[in-house]
Design a protein around this ligand. Structure first.
Ligand code: HAM
Length: 420
């Protein structure tokens, strides 16, 4: 063991389990690629102000959870705790929104960093696949994203997840509700910090998990009862579109999210087998975010699904993904000359698109065949000294155990035809 360990709240993805993570990322990305979303990648760090303004000065993410550092050049940067604000920053910077083709639809996949108290399902480094549709106000777009997330989870075989849906209103109706909620909260028996939160960001008090707080919130006013006609109609249309698509959801009038940029449609995907860290994904509309970071009005919607938690959800449901072995052919040379000949054949196989691996380190037959089995290869090629003299190689079918000699020069054609 080395002197070092992975930092607290992080873990390494190692083979073979890492294949599950790749498969989950792929399962989430495939429906997006199929629906007009282009791939986007932004840096792992950004100007800290982008998150302070975008995610919200008073959110836990910004006040407690960001990894902030100053560069030698004096810039204040933060490792990204989320990727919606960076994606919008990138789209605005490249003027993609001016190319006359709105919405700009993009998807991303990558690491996020939050200095949270680590526990199962909650890490300081985690991975999301996300999608953002920027520059259009259309309930069908909100519906599209919810339907695609549902499709990803179903493609993975997940069943015990639920979709919670709410509307957070817009700049017309939310302030009215906010004031009403503040009035209500001021009359409760709350500690000082919570009262302060009620002043700055009263909606987040609704999300307080403490039973003594929740007990007092039963009669809290609900945003649902304050929505303006435009928000009501918009929300109803989203509900109808996803219902028509056969996607089951639950109305959750108390759903608030931990980021301040949301307006109107908000949703969360929760999995019932994960204990307290049950949110496997979340998202919603953020019609004001562009203006908050200095851009023009660009109503937008998106989500991010947590890859780590989705893998935990698969485990909770006992789902084994069908991940085919990558290596098709495993080559076993016995002796110096055999190594040279077989190594060049392996290179040729790979160039021809056949996934091949090689027994390195001068292993004997027994240890090399063990490695061949472990690789999951369908065929082994064994080249001994006598074979070499005869210009043949032993081709072993690892499933049936059947073995035949083929000409060294036939290796590529033979394997190509057998593997289709
Ligand atoms: P979020 O709800 O903060 O939203 O994160 C989305 C998902 O990331 C969560 O549902 C969860 O699965 C995963 N996640 C968050 N924190 C952790 C953690 N500490 N450890 C493991 N997994 C975690 C956003 O990030 C928004 N940017 C989503 C969005 C995109 N909204 C609009 N567009």
């Amino acid at each position: 063991m080395s002197t070092f360990k992975a930092p607290k709240g992080t873990y390494d993805l190692l083979p073979p389990d890492s294949a599950k993570f790749l498969a989950v990322r792929e399962a989430i990305a495939a429906p997006l690629r199929n629906s007009g979303y282009g791939y986007i990648e932004t840096p792992g760090f950004e100007n800290v102000e982008l998150f302070a303004r975008g995610v919200g000065e008073s959110t836990d993410i910004v006040t407690k959870e960001m990894y902030v550092f100053e560069t030698k050049g004096g810039d204040r940067l933060a490792l990204r705790p989320e990727t919606t604000a960076p994606v919008l920053r990138a789209v605005l910077e490249a003027n993609l929104h001016k190319a006359g083709n709105l919405p700009v639809k993009v998807w991303y996949s990558g690491s996020q960093y939050r200095y949270e108290r680590p526990q199962k399902g909650r890490y300081r480094h985690f991975s999301q696949v996300g999608a953002e549709a920027i520059g259009a106000e259309d309930p069908a777009l909100d519906a599209e994203l919810i339907i695609l997330a549902d499709q990803s989870y179903r493609a993975l075989g997940l069943q015990n997840f639920r979709i919670l849906l709410n509307s957070l209103g817009d700049k017309e109706c939310r302030p009215v509700y906010r004031a009403a909620l503040q009035d209500f909260l001021r009359g409760l028996d709350l500690d000082e910090e919570t009262l302060r939160r009620a002043d700055i960001n009263p909606l987040r008090v609704l999300d307080d998990k403490r039973p003594e707080v929740q007990k007092q919130l039963t009669d809290a006013p609900l945003l649902r009862d304050y929505l303006c006609d435009a928000c009501k109609a918009y929300h109803e249309e989203v509900r109808q579109l996803i219902t028509a698509a056969g996607v089951v959801f639950e109305d959750d009038p108390k759903l608030v999210r931990g980021l301040d940029y949301y307006t109107r449609t908000t949703f969360e995907f929760v999995h019932d087998g994960l204990g307290s860290q049950s949110a496997v994904g979340g998202g919603g509309r953020y019609d004001g975010l562009s203006e908050m970071i200095g851009g023009p009005a660009l109503p937008s919607v998106g989500w991010a699904l947590g890859v780590d938690r989705t893998v935990l959800a698969l485990e909770a449901e006992g789902i084994e993904l069908d991940i085919p072995s990558v290596t098709s052919v495993f080559a076993v040379p016995l002796g110096e000359e055999a190594r040279r000949v077989l190594f060049s054949k392996v290179t040729e196989l790979r160039k021809n698109g056949v996934a091949a691996d090689f027994s390195y380190g001068g292993k004997g037959l027994k240890a090399a065949m063990k490695a061949a089995h472990r690789s999951g290869a369908r065929y082994a090629l064994v080249l001994g000294e006598r074979d070499l003299a005869e210009g043949v190689v032993q081709l072993k079918d690892m499933e049936s155990g059947e073995q035949i000699a083929i000409g060294v020069n036939e290796i590529v054609a033979e394997l190509e035809s057998r593997l289709g």
